[in-house]
Design a protein around this ligand. Structure first.
Ligand SMILES: [Zn+2]
Length: 323
């Protein structure tokens, strides 16, 4: 129920952290699921957090870009059915599979490989379905506490307590969402499709290549390793705050790194002095493309929340920093 709502206002009530846990656990454990729609929306919202506006707003299209990527990789690349039936397909799967056939896109292609105009078209189709069936019913699953939304204007606005809650417990929430998603998929898919299912759902949104960002970083003037300041022959694109926390590829979280720094930093955060340097760099880039979602406050919060989520924040380059 709830899917027929066109506009809804989030309840204006006080929410303690225990309330947020209760609503979220209830959603994960008890809401009735006939497809994976709601789990995927939960994943997409967690992924979209670095894009929320000052007031907590996300356009449906911003969220749907994540939804479409996840669905494409699950249904086309991994051949995992998303409905509580082994014979039938959900409307969303039908749209995606039909699109893949019509445009003759190879099945083994990851979503990233699809050309941008085709992606935009597919996202629009997926958005129509999600708008119609999912945002309203997801809202109901959280008893109207999670966001306001407006279908005609095409946006949702997360309430402030949920934004903080999601950032603070993002890794745990992503883990349980992935777990519930895997549990659902297990019931309706073959053993072959289920092979390495936890790895599949954990990395379903990870990019296979960051080379488009490398081009952009160089274009914006980056040429040395951000950490050790050495000239780099073969540069790597590094998520300053690790991808496994951010779950998003926003340009303002990318730096160039040499092989040695990139591999030794791995899943850690660099020392706070580097945070200061990234803030300074980004403030010079404010007018550039792909910086629309940036604010200094957001980056600093992201760094602090990653530490709260268990990431270590003490990494420095092995050989120190060259002046
Ligand atoms: Zn380096």
């Amino acid at each position: 129920m709830g899917w027929e709502l066109n506009v809804a206002e989030a309840k204006d009530i006080y929410l303690a952290e225990s309330d947020l846990w209760r609503y979220t656990q209830h959603f994960l454990m008890h809401s009735h699921h006939t497809t994976t729609y709601k789990y995927i929306l939960m994943k997409a919202l967690l992924e979209s957090l670095p894009e929320v506006s000052e007031s907590g707003r996300l356009t449906f299209l911003q969220v749907t870009r994540h939804v479409t990527k996840i669905y494409w990789n699950l249904t086309v690349t991994y051949q995992l059915g998303q409905l509580n039936s082994k014979e039938k397909r959900s409307s969303l799967e039908q749209v995606i599979i039909e699109f893949q056939r019509q445009h003759e896109i190879p099945r083994e292609w990851n979503f990233d490989k699809i050309a941008e105009p085709q992606k935009a078209l597919l996202i629009k189709n997926v958005n129509d379905i999600f708008k119609k069936y999912v945002y309203g019913s997801f809202y109901k699953s959280f008893d109207g506490t999670i966001y306001s939304f407006h279908k005609k204007e095409g946006w949702l606005q997360l309430t402030a307590p949920y934004i903080v809650f999601f950032e603070k417990y993002k890794r745990i929430l992503m883990n349980v969402t992935n777990y519930q998603l895997a549990l659902f998929l297990e019931k309706y898919n073959t053993k072959e499709a289920m092979e390495k299912i936890l790895t599949k759902v954990e990395f379903v949104s990870a990019r296979q290549s960051l080379s488009e960002f490398q081009v952009l970083l160089k274009q914006y003037g980056e040429e040395r390793c951000f950490y050790c300041n050495r000239a780099v022959k073969k540069s790597h694109v590094d998520h300053f705050v690790p991808w496994s926390y951010v779950q998003n590829d926003v340009l303002w979280n990318f730096v160039l790194a040499c092989s040695s720094c990139n591999s030794s930093k791995s899943n850690r955060l660099a020392h706070t002095e580097y945070l200061g340097e990234l803030v300074a760099r980004n403030s010079r880039w404010l007018a550039f493309d792909q910086m629309e979602t940036y604010s200094e406050k957001k980056l600093v919060h992201m760094y602090d929340y990653a530490i709260q989520n268990g990431f270590l924040g003490d990494w420095r380059p092995r050989e120190g920093k060259r002046a």
